[in-house]
Ligand binder design. Structure first.
Ligand SMILES: Nc1ncnc2c1ncn2[C@@H]1O[C@H](COP(=O)(O)OP(=O)(O)O)[C@@H](O)[C@H]1O
Ligand SMILES: [Mg+2]
Length: 245
């Protein structure tokens, strides 16, 4: 079993308000388990916002958040964020990976091995010399995950990683996420796709109207949802989780 006891995330009574709207309300939880934690909920529930807060891209108005690194010198690459729409360099797949390593000042002598490993593990080895911009949507998303993974982070955060993909691309990306989680990397990801959450999640953070209404192991969540909102969502009856106006 993986030891992620050194990387729990604590979020304490966190609020985010924009333009008078309370977008995230009293979010309070800790994650200290390995595997895939899925932030699930209907469109507009606040999933992407919560993920951005978790990565430090958006500051909360109230409350606080702490990634508990017991490591004395946490690297900048300790966690990595993968956006919904990949933004790739107009260069080869290999060069895209090399660029990230240079950006994070990883020693040149280590580049070759790290790149080869990432190419291999993401199934992109055959496409290494191809221009990233001509890859299929699924391949581009795998490359953007590879760019995160090449840094060997402890945590990868992914925002709706398959929202733009067809079923084959989705399957390949889900397979990659599973592979990563089986190694020593924690996954924290958002999705509005119930099927995807069922396939991937070890535990679920269910958001509705900016509130964290359930946080439980995936099996419990799907078998015995505790709230009406989660019951409706699982039954396919709750499609809009936007803020109350
Ligand atoms: N920077 C922002 N300023 C104002 N409103 C925002 C901002 N970011 C998100 N929102 C609003 O917050 C709500 C949640 O957004 P989001 O996190 O993108 O939802 P989800 O990812 O669950 O679909 C939406 O109503 C959205 O319009
Ligand atoms: Mg979103």
């Amino acid at each position: 079993m993986h030891n992620v006891s050194t990387l729990p995330l604590h979020i304490n009574h966190l609020h985010v308000t924009r333009k008078g709207n309370l977008l995230l309300c009293d979010i309070d939880y800790s994650i200290d388990t390995a595997g895939v934690t899925v932030i699930l909920g209907p469109n507009g529930a606040g999933k992407s916002l919560l993920l951005q807060v978790a990565h430090g891209l958006v500051a909360p108005d109230e409350g606080d958040l702490k990634w508990n690194t017991l490591s004395p010198h946490p690297q900048q690459s300790w966690r990595a964020f993968v956006f919904q729409k990949p933004v790739l360099l107009r260069r080869s797949v290999r060069a895209n990976l090399g660029y990230v390593l240079s950006l994070h000042k990883v020693e040149k002598s280590k580049h070759h091995e790290l790149i080869e490993e990432a190419l291999e593990q993401t199934g992109l080895a055959k496409l290494a010399e191809r221009n990233a911009r001509v890859l299929s949507g699924g391949e581009q998303q795998r490359l953007s995950i590879a760019r995160a993974w090449v840094l060997k982070p402890k945590v990868i955060l992914l925002d709706e990683p398959t929202a733009e993909l067809d079923p084959a691309g989705t399957a390949a990306v889900e397979c990659l996420i599973e592979t990563i989680a089986q190694q020593d990397t924690k996954i924290l990801m958002t999705t509005h796709d119930l099927g995807q959450a069922r396939r991937l999640a070890s535990d679920i953070l269910f958001l509705h109207q900016g509130r964290l209404v359930e946080f439980s192991p995936a099996q419990n969540f799907f078998q015995q949802p505790q709230t009406e909102a989660a019951q409706k969502f699982i039954a396919g009856k709750l499609l809009n989780g936007g803020q109350k106006k």
